[in-house]
Ligand binder design. Structure first.
Ligand SMILES: Nc1ncnc2c1ncn2[C@@H]1O[C@H](COP(=O)(O)OP(=O)(O)OP(=O)(O)O)[C@@H](O)[C@H]1O
Ligand SMILES: [Mg+2]
Length: 266
């Protein structure tokens, strides 16, 4: 199984849109996919048309040790399961503050989970708190969505520092496998310059003993496409909502690239 956290502590860069549509694309290709929504905003949960139920269990109850992942996981399409979130999850940061081993709860829960999946994706919140740490401790790979504007690389240092720390203390298999350029305005000078800066940054890190020594930018750029912004309010992936759109084309192509990049890891 490949396990991937989609993370960037910067808000609104395309994490959820990517997590949802890559999951849907991989499932359409016949792979068994589980998406865990680890953001109290529950955007991925809503995007799949699931109501975050105040009474039903969510990933919050999993992290608090009350239920197993299987009790929360719901099937939303062929080959596709979602572990939903809820606003309650915001309280986890505080409630888990005094709990020993709080960063590895999700990893332990996954370890005891009998679900058989080809891909596990985790949609992270825009922060570097205990929820994101749980994601990083539980997966082998990180994808970083970036929106190519002039502050795109701002904050990347802090993100890398966190990943490095988790890799050294909690999870030595952790590596950043790819950067995904989202909301890409092809043809603008800025987009070209930022992607060049990102490439240069990671090229300089080649060969170093870091979790980003082999990071590359995915060739597929996700173009800005209004259909991608509309789909969540219909509770549908881009392939259900607008299968012929540029957004669907880009995410389908990205999923193929992801699949090819990990052919040896399944
Ligand atoms: N390629 C795109 N074209 C147009 N709109 C997009 C695109 N990707 C994402 N959006 C929209 O931009 C907004 C932010 O995207 P998204 O929610 O995926 O980011 P995020 O990183 O998950 O945000 P947060 O940090 O709040 O979790 C959303 O309204 C989404 O619909
Ligand atoms: Mg999000």
């Amino acid at each position: 199984m490949r396990s991937i956290a989609i993370m960037n502590q910067k808000g609104g860069v395309g994490k959820t849109t990517t997590a949802v549509n890559v999951s849907a694309a991989l499932a359409e290709m016949g792979l068994r996919v589980c998406l865990i929504d680890l953001d109290p905003q529950a955007h991925a949960t809503l995007h799949f048309g699931l109501e975050p139920r105040p009474d039903g269990p969510s990933v919050y109850d999993v992290l608090c040790g009350k239920v197993r992942l299987a009790e929360v996981r719901r099937q939303v399409a062929d080959h596709l399961w979602v572990v939903g979130s809820h606003l309650d999850l915001a309280a986890a940061e505080i409630e888990l503050a005094g709990v020993a081993g709080r960063e590895v709860i999700l990893r332990d829960k996954l370890g005891e989970d009998g679900g058989q999946f080809d891909y596990l994706l985790i949609d992270c919140p825009p922060s570097l708190g205990v929820l994101t740490l749980n994601a990083l401790a539980a997966v082998e790979e990180v994808f970083i969505p970036l929106q190519p504007h002039f502050l795109a690389l701002h904050g990347l240092g802090k993100l890398l520092e966190t990943i490095d720390l988790v890799a050294r203390r909690l999870n030595n298999r952790l590596r950043i496998s790819g950067v995904i350029l989202c909301m890409y305005d092809a043809g603008t000078r800025l987009a070209g310059e930022v992607s060049q800066d990102v490439d240069d940054f990671f090229r300089q890190a080649r060969g170093q003993q870091t979790p980003w020594a082999h990071t590359t930018t995915f060739q597929t750029r996700i173009r800005r496409n209004i259909r991608l912004a509309e789909a969540p309010s219909f509770g549908q992936s881009i392939f259900q909502y607008a299968p012929g759109s540029n957004g669907a084309e880009d995410y389908r192509q990205l999923a193929q690239e992801i699949l090819a990049s990990g052919a040896d890891r399944l």
